[in-house]
Design a protein around this ligand. Structure first.
Ligand SMILES: Cc1cc2nc3c(=O)[nH]c(=O)nc-3n(C[C@H](O)[C@H](O)[C@H](O)COP(=O)(O)O)c2cc1C
Length: 177
């Protein structure tokens, strides 16, 4: 197994994008492990040693989620808070993430042009994800360029979502080494 995908979607059964992406990831069981945290932890009681052991086993980790309020769905934020702990991710002996490659794969409801300079969102996606990039730097990991599909709320057609699923796999394999 070469890539770990932490998939965080609170309602995967009504998802178009993340569900389709998951189906595509499942085509590569020798290369990609999917870990669905909303399924694993319905009570939000995260098994921290289990998660840390899982992350330690991979050099390449992707966090896949729908963008909610320009941020992570809440269980993924909790996952960071719990798993990226002192003495493991940072601080004394906190060296477990040094050199690992971390990436974000996001479905974004709004249109791409609204995230361009001068667009209605007022911030680019790279600006929106600065907390991720700062966190990655803090733990000595490498932040990969993000992968995203835009218009995920309404505009994106089934064809575009299918195409994005193929591009997502290419993105994963490109950064796997
Ligand atoms: C609570 C909530 C917050 C959202 N916040 C944003 C947002 O900040 N920016 C945005 O572009 N889309 C936002 N959306 C739209 C989601 O990103 C979109 O529904 C999702 O990416 C679709 O992916 P899915 O088909 O896998 O569910 C939000 C949706 C919900 C339900």
């Amino acid at each position: 197994m070469k890539t770990l995908v932490i998939l965080a979607h609170p309602n995967l059964e009504v998802s178009r994008v993340n569900q389709r992406w998951k189906e595509e990831l499942l085509q590569y069981p020798n290369d990609i492990t999917i870990h669905e945290i909303y399924k694993e932890y319905p009570n939000w009681n995260i098994d921290v040693p289990r998660e840390q052991n899982l992350v330690e086993a991979y050099h390449h980790v992707i966090l896949q989620f729908p963008l909610y309020w320009y941020s992570y769905p809440p269980l993924l934020k909790k996952w960071f808070d719990d798993v990226f702990a002192y003495g493991w991710a940072y601080g004394t002996n906190g060296d477990k993430l040094i050199g690992k490659k971390l990436g974000l794969a996001m479905s974004i409801g709004d249109k791409k042009e609204n995230y361009l300079p001068g667009g209605s969102v007022s911030f680019t996606v790279d600006e929106v994800i600065t907390p991720f990039k700062a966190s990655t730097g803090h733990v000595g990991a490498v932040a990969l360029p993000y992968f995203a599909v835009f218009g995920a709320s309404f505009q994106a057609s089934d064809e575009e979502i299918n195409q994005s699923a193929k591009e997502y796999i290419n993105y994963i394999f490109k950064h796997q080494q």
